[in-house]
Design a protein around this ligand. Structure first.
Ligand code: NAD
Ligand code: TYD
Length: 350
């Protein structure tokens, strides 16, 4: 039985990926390693927690000795590394945590994989999941391709860029079999409600202000989270060792236009007059170093490995809004910690 370590499997994208792999590959043993920070929640995996090919391990990738021992004990055949501090605003208020988890944590995993795989790299793979934010910001034209030079601006994207470089360096220097993907913004169920889409759905429902940074003209390219998970599956199994693949939805939205769609959709689903929630839109101080536009060219992945996004945005966003409205218990559960205090403090500062 192949043993695959998925790190950060209790988070947003990780939980969708763990679910996909556990269900699709009964012959793989999936080990989910997660520290369960504010962003990680085992409630995200309730439906598969008793599957025989699934195991959860609580632990911190920054703990070098623990990671080393884990690899010695389990002798993983593959690693899909998602564990990270992932929120740009938090990286502005507390960059250090991002350096430890995103950079030091990644190096600990690389060292442990290199150690146990030693001379036998056959059929082994270290897959590093990354973001398009490493490429920096686009103007009104153009797309990020795999060869776009790195130009990160936030502590979050700088820490992810650093980890990408280290993963590539372990391939070039030690021959470690690696693959990297850089994906655009994801949306879907189980996303922690500090990111734009779940935060705004929750605020609209509860008649709270919608804090739009700057003029709301920044553009993001949104991809449904299960399409990201499917892309990771395709790349894990068929990607070329040492290569990078961009993943994106070809689905650009100006923040303010997306926010209006959210208002309309929530209004419709809760029986409020459509569009009236736009009155909650509140322009606030812009995010420091706010990247203007991200847009991904995923033609390499589409042409070489045959992946394509499955969901139309209109369909995906309605499904996502409905998911949050129908999962109030989940929302209460994940926000019962320090999150609300953190968020309200940030909001007061603006
Ligand atoms: P998330 O914040 O929802 O989840 C991160 C998970 O990592 C959580 O379960 C958390 O508990 C765990 N974790 C954090 N620090 C840890 C540590 N020190 N040791 C072990 N576990 C730890 O993040 P996400 O949005 O699911 O993103 C997952 C990955 O995908 C990240 O690497 C992120 O950079 C990348 N990514 C995210 C997006 C996006 O739109 N969300 C887009 C592209 C790439
Ligand atoms: P976010 O979901 O934090 O993702 P990222 O910064 O990684 O792209 O933010 C998406 C966009 O929405 C980004 O341009 C910042 C903006 N935004 C707001 O305007 N208000 C908010 O409260 C949040 C969280 C984000």
């Amino acid at each position: 039985m192949k043993k695959i370590l998925i790190t950060g499997g209790a988070g947003f994208i990780g939980s969708h990926l763990v679910r996909l792999f556990v269900k699709k590959y009964p012959d793989y043993k999936i080990i989910n390693l997660d520290k369960l920070t504010y962003a990680g929640n085992l409630a995200n995996l309730k439906d598969i927690e008793n599957e025989p090919n699934y195991e959860f391990v609580k632990g911190d990738i920054v703990d070098e000795k623990f990671i080393h021992q884990l690899f010695v004990d389990y002798k993983f055949d593959g690693v899909i590394h998602l564990a990270a501090e992932s929120h740009v605003d938090r990286s502005i208020t507390n960059p250090t945590e991002f350096i430890y988890t995103n950079i030091v944590g990644t190096v600990n995993l690389l060292n442990a994989a290199k150690h146990i795989w030693k001379d036998n790299f056959k059929d082994k793979l270290f897959y590093h999941v990354s973001t398009d934010e490493v490429y920096g910001s686009l103007g009104n034209e153009g797309f990020f391709v795999e060869t776009t030079a790195y130009d990160p601006h936030s502590p979050y994207s700088a820490s992810k860029a650093s980890s990408d470089h280290l993963v590539r360096a372990y391939h070039d220097t030690f021959g470690l079999p690696i693959v990297i993907s850089n994906c655009s913004n994801n949306y879907g169920g189980y996303q922690f409600p500090e990111k734009l889409i779940p935060l705004f759905i929750n605020n609209i429902q509860n008649n709270k202000p919608l804090p739009v940074y700057g003029k709301g003209e920044n553009v993001r390219d949104w991809l449904y989270v299960d399409d990201h998970a499917n892309a990771i599956d395709v790349i894990y199994h068929n990607g070329k060792i040492g290569d990078t693949y961009n993943i994106g939805g070809n689905n650009e939205w100006k923040n303010i236009d997306l926010i209006k769609v959210l208002c309309k959709t929530v209004d419709k689903l809760i029986g409020r007059e459509e569009g009236t929630s736009e009155r909650l839109i509140t322009y606030v101080k812009d995010r420091a170093g706010h990247d203007l536009r991200y847009a991904i060219d995923s033609s390499k992945l589409q042409k070489e490995l045959g992946w394509k996004p499955s969901l139309q945005f209109e369909e995906g966003i309605e499904e996502t809004v409905a998911w949050y409205l129908n999962n109030e218990e989940w929302l209460k559960n994940v926000t019962s910690g320090d999150y609300l205090k953190y968020y309200e403090k940030q909001y007061d500062k603006r």
